[in-house]
Design a protein around this ligand. Structure first.
Ligand SMILES: C[S@@+](CC[C@H](N)C(=O)[O-])C[C@H]1O[C@@H](n2cnc3c(N)ncnc32)[C@H](O)[C@@H]1O
Length: 244
């Protein structure tokens, strides 16, 4: 079961509006499909489907998979959504499929809190990627930058106007830091009816060396670790290749 922010329809209906509409963080992933000559892409933790739909519009063969039904419902309403194969579920449901590129954007890799979940997801990615060139690309926050220090109401408060929904306030409160786990609450206030809905999440902050080790252990070659151009110095963007 995914967190309430991805599962509760009132929260999912406003989810995309709290991000910049252009989602510049996704541009490097789109560029990578060309860089690596990927024709088929599987987006794990695709959420509201922005990347999957943008890739489908570029005539890539795309699968978007996510355990949050409400997020997939929003994804299905987007332009080019009918060109994406949507799967409601998690990585084990991908067994037997094949792709040139697997993506996990929006720090989705940090939702795998236990080693067991993380390692089994990597193993499944390894199994579905084309040998000798298939790649897994994903980003995580650099734990040394302690992003959670800014996760408080003062620094995160936003109020936006959402078409047909009205003004919505949002902020983040840090609940617990027990590294490598960080737990926080996102609160939304819908001004039209005064509804207050919150969602708690826990993310795992893995070090660069821990991720390299997990990739090597699952038989990936770590080809590159890049910066995220829209969040310079804050993220690690891993590019892991399947050996031939
Ligand atoms: C921060 S969102 C990122 C969504 C999307 N990738 C993006 O860039 O907008 C994390 C996503 O991971 C999904 N998720 C949670 N647990 C998961 C799991 N075990 N396997 C795959 N996806 C999962 C959530 O439902 C959510 O859609």
């Amino acid at each position: 079961m995914a967190d309430r922010i991805f599962e509760e329809s009132r929260l999912v209906d406003v989810y995309d509006f709290f991000d910049s509409a252009e989602r510049p963080d996704l541009d490097p992933y789109i560029a990578m499909t060309d860089e690596f000559g990927a024709k088929s892409v599987i987006d794990i933790g695709c959420g509201t489907g922005i990347l999957a739909c943008r890739l489908a519009a570029l005539s890539k063969e795309v699968i978007g998979i996510d355990p949050a039904a409400a997020s997939l419902k929003v994804a299905c309403r987007k332009a080019d959504a009918d060109r994406v194969k949507w799967i409601h579920g998690t990585a084990p449901m991908l067994a037997g499929m094949q792709a040139d590129l697997v993506t996990m954007t929006g720090n989705a890799a940090q939702v795998f809190v236990t080693d067991e979940d993380w390692m089994s997801t990597l193993r499944i990615c390894r199994g579905i990627l084309r040998p000798g060139g298939g790649r897994l690309v994903f980003e995580v926050r650099d734990p040394s930058k302690a992003a959670w220090k800014d996760w408080n109401r003062d620094q995160t408060y936003q109020v936006i106007e959402v078409p047909e929904i009205g003004k919505v306030e949002k902020w983040v409160d840090l609940l617990d830091v027990q590294l490598p786990l960080v737990t926080f609450r996102q609160t939304f206030v819908f001004q039209r009816d005064g509804a207050v809905i919150s969602s708690d999440s826990t993310l795992r902050f893995r070090s660069q060396s821990e991720i390299i080790e997990s990739l090597c252990f699952t038989n990936f070659l770590v080809e590159d670790i890049r910066d995220a151009p829209d969040r310079p110095g804050l993220e690690f963007v891993f590019i892991a290749r399947c050996p031939g």
